[in-house]
Design a protein around this ligand. Structure first.
Ligand code: PMP
Length: 440
């Protein structure tokens, strides 16, 4: 059935998919066509059940089809799908986010760097708008991004991007005008000297820096301690802005995202803008950008930087986002951390037992495995691993009923619904998968 559906999809849809990584390009074989999901499981068109470690690439933090989220969506849908007008639920979601992004400031008081939030429909829109806003605010054009970081598919952000661009080993994308690509300076990750040099050379032209709060689109690769805080400092010394991209990490690794975890390293630093996605919509198309009022009020209609959307703040999507954030309590985050510990150690032990060199890559409850014995620090290191070990590992797990991300350059996602039964399936599947990786 999956083969048949894929063959038909390829006739109707380019490559048979609506987002490239889903096509199994780097692992080979036929993608599973999913028809249903519940808790930690997804079900394909043949009726097979899989323990899911993709979680819709993050949004399903409470588990698939969480009853409270589904009820909220059904209730909202019954009142009308979209009005193209203001709704109380948009403000409710914005206030929820603004209250959650709180940290300990340098003077012991608390800081809340998200004073205003603009709701959009995809992470790509959020980062694209954040960049335009930073340019409009500073009156400068250049932007710094880091190699291997993925910020969506807008023209200026595809250079040396992670996720599907990394999986397909593309340098960028066709169709991006050279003049636009030239506005993006791509620097090696975790390299502050490179950032300082770029500012020394072209500081008065640089509008800002965009960085994944913890890189998770080339596999998981956290920033070195203090890296993000130093980026904020360097940007601010030079009249530029820092955009912290928390589309993937936001509301996942802690209530206040990866920025919230940084308070473990010292006083919280102040990004000027944050971008959010995935969990903020609980599986519906929602994303957002937020930050300090002085910058955010540059957005139309308050200010001169234009951005708009027919379906922005859609009431059904708002209901899903609100119910998901309300469900993502401190207990949920504690459980996700514990589940990530258990699952990642089980995988690591199985790989070690078969003598497969690897590192466990962690950023809070996000994890992945790099097939190398050296701790990676940047994109070049991630690309230099034994990538060929992943496809046989992936397929052995899939055959045993465990669905992993179909690329070594993607993070694994746990949910609050993963339980002993799900863990049991993974543990049973691991020895054969580790053997397959070892003999690749
Ligand atoms: N930024 C980051 C860090 C992401 O991980 C992603 C998507 N995985 C995006 C932006 C783009 O989001 P979307 O796919 O919703 O456009």
């Amino acid at each position: 059935m999956n083969e048949e559906l894929f063959a038909r999809a390829k006739q109707a849809i380019p490559g048979g998919v609506n987002s490239p990584v889903r096509a199994f390009g780097s692992v080979g074989g036929t993608p599973r066509f999913l028809v249903k999901a519940s808790g930690p499981y997804v079900y394909d068109a043949d009726g097979n059940e899989y323990v899911d470690l993709v979680a819709s690439w993050g949004p399903a933090i409470l588990g698939h089809a969480d009853p409270a989220v589904v009820t909220a969506v059904q209730d909202a849908a019954a009142l009308g799908l979209s009005f193209g007008a203001s709704t109380p639920s948009e403000t409710q979601l914005a206030e929820l986010v603004e209250r959650r992004i709180v940290g300990a400031g340098p003077d012991g008081g608390s800081i809340r760097p998200v004073e205003r939030l603009r709701l959009v429909s995809t992470g790509t829109e959020a980062t694209m708008t954040a960049i335009r806003l930073a340019r409009g605010f500073t009156g400068r054009d250049l932007f710094i991004k880091f190699a291997g970081h993925y910020h969506g598919h807008s023209d200026g952000l595809l250079a040396a991007a992670g996720s599907g661009v990394a999986t397909l080993a593309l340098p960028g994308s066709a169709g991006v005008p050279a003049a636009i690509a030239a506005q993006t300076l791509v620097l090696p990750y975790n390299d502050l000297d490179a950032v300082r040099t770029a500012f020394a050379e072209r500081g008065d032209e640089i509008a800002g820096i965009i960085v994944e709060a913890a890189a998770a689109n080339m596999g998981v690769l956290p920033p070195l301690p203090g890296f993000n805080a130093a980026l904020a400092e360097i940007a601010h010394e030079n009249g530029a802005l820092l955009i912290l991209d928390e589309v993937l990490t936001g509301f996942r690794v802690s209530a206040a995202g990866y920025w919230g975890l940084s308070t473990n390293e010292g006083p919280a630093y102040q990004p000027d803008l944050f971008t959010f996605g995935k969990i903020i919509g609980g599986g519906m198309p929602v994303a957002a950008l937020g930050g300090r009022a002085a910058v955010m009020d540059y957005l139309a209609p308050a200010g001169p930087v234009y951005q708009a959307g027919t379906l922005s703040g859609n009431p059904v999507a708002m209901a899903a986002g609100i119910a998901t954030l309300e469900g993502a309590t401190a207990e949920v985050y504690a459980k996700l951390d514990a589940t990530a510990d258990t699952f990642s150690s089980a995988v690591s032990q199985a790989l070690t037992a078969e003598g497969v060199a690897h590192t466990v890559q962690r950023a809070g409850n996000l994890f992945s495995f790099a097939f190398t014995s050296e701790t990676p620090r940047d994109y070049a290191d991630m690309q230099a691993q034994d990538t060929w070990r992943y496809p046989p590992f992936f397929h052995a797990m899939l055959d045993a009923g465990v669905s992993l991300p179909p690329s070594v350059f993607e993070a694994w996602f746990v949910t609050a619904a993963h339980d002993e039964r799900a863990l049991g399936r993974i543990v049973d599947a691991l020895p054969a998968a580790a053997r397959a990786a070892a003999s690749a």
